[in-house]
Design a binder for this molecule. Structure first.
Ligand code: ADP
Ligand code: MG
Length: 221
């Protein structure tokens, strides 16, 4: 479904990826682990067409995406990918349900239909009754579940999650991961989840380690 081949990327003089190779199968839930600064977020951003590598290739569904222009990559992100980040990053001016509806509105769905579809997620993710809250009126766990709903509402082919439980206590984090994995499986969404928590990785089908800008599967003790 998504593949990186010998991807290299530097920020100025700092090499973040030094030849990262990774393939994720359709419907697979993959955990990307590794120490802070090893290149996990940079790899995720390359896979998702947010960053363009200096060298190497990135493919989605058999097509190269690193050679697309910014307009085509942004359309791909909107139409095929969903995103969840560490601190939810909800739009504070919007209500919770408007935040979830946002990807649908950006894709051209009419407001009424978008809000109805977004509302359905509040039941599914134990958020019932919170539709009209703003992000400042939600707990950390609630905000992350709203962010998860926003990531999944457009039924993306791939969900990219960067430390989605990083700001949560462990019980709340497990609840969010549980819902992420069950919702993704239900709709056949492929998931790439960056985490440094082993208990979060335990929800995945497979885990890889990023170390010094390369992907490895060896776990050093
Ligand atoms: P991780 O997510 O594993 O913590 P990152 O992918 O964020 O690692 O970072 C990998 C390396 O690239 C680090 O050395 C980091 O400091 C550097 N880096 C990441 N993003 C930027 C940026 N926008 N500008 C400069 N350096 C960056
Ligand atoms: Mg990171």
């Amino acid at each position: 479904m998504i593949e990186a081949r010998d991807v290299k990327l530097s920020f100025g003089e700092t090499p973040a990826l030094r030849g990262a190779t990774l393939a994720v199968a359709e419907g697979e839930i993959l955990a990307v682990m590794g120490p802070s600064g090893s290149g996990k977020s940079t790899l995720l951003h390359c896979l998702a067409g947010i960053l363009v590598p200096d060298a190497g290739e990135v493919q989605f569904a058999g097509q190269r995406i690193d050679t697309l222009d910014e307009g085509a990559r942004s359309a791909l992100r909107r139409d095929r990918f969903g995103f969840v980040f560490q601190f939810g990053q909800l739009v504070p001016e919007l209500t919770a349900v408007e935040n979830v509806a946002l990807p649908l509105l950006l894709a051209g769905t009419k407001r009424r239909a978008a809000v109805a579809e977004a509302s359905a997620w509040f039941d599914r993710l134990d958020l019932d009754g919170l539709q009209q809250r703003r992000s400042g009126e939600l707990s950390g766990g609630q905000a992350q579940r709203v962010a998860l709903a926003r990531g999944l509402v457009s039924r993306p082919k791939v969900l990219f999650a960067d430390e989605p439980t990083g700001s949560l206590d462990s019980l709340t984090g497990e609840h969010v991961m549980d819902l992420l994995v069950s919702s993704a499986r239900e709709q056949g969404t492929t998931v790439v989840v960056v985490t440094h928590e082993a208990r979060v990785a335990a929800y995945a089908d497979r885990e890889v380690i990023v170390r010094d800008g390369k992907v490895t599967t060896a776990v050093l003790t």
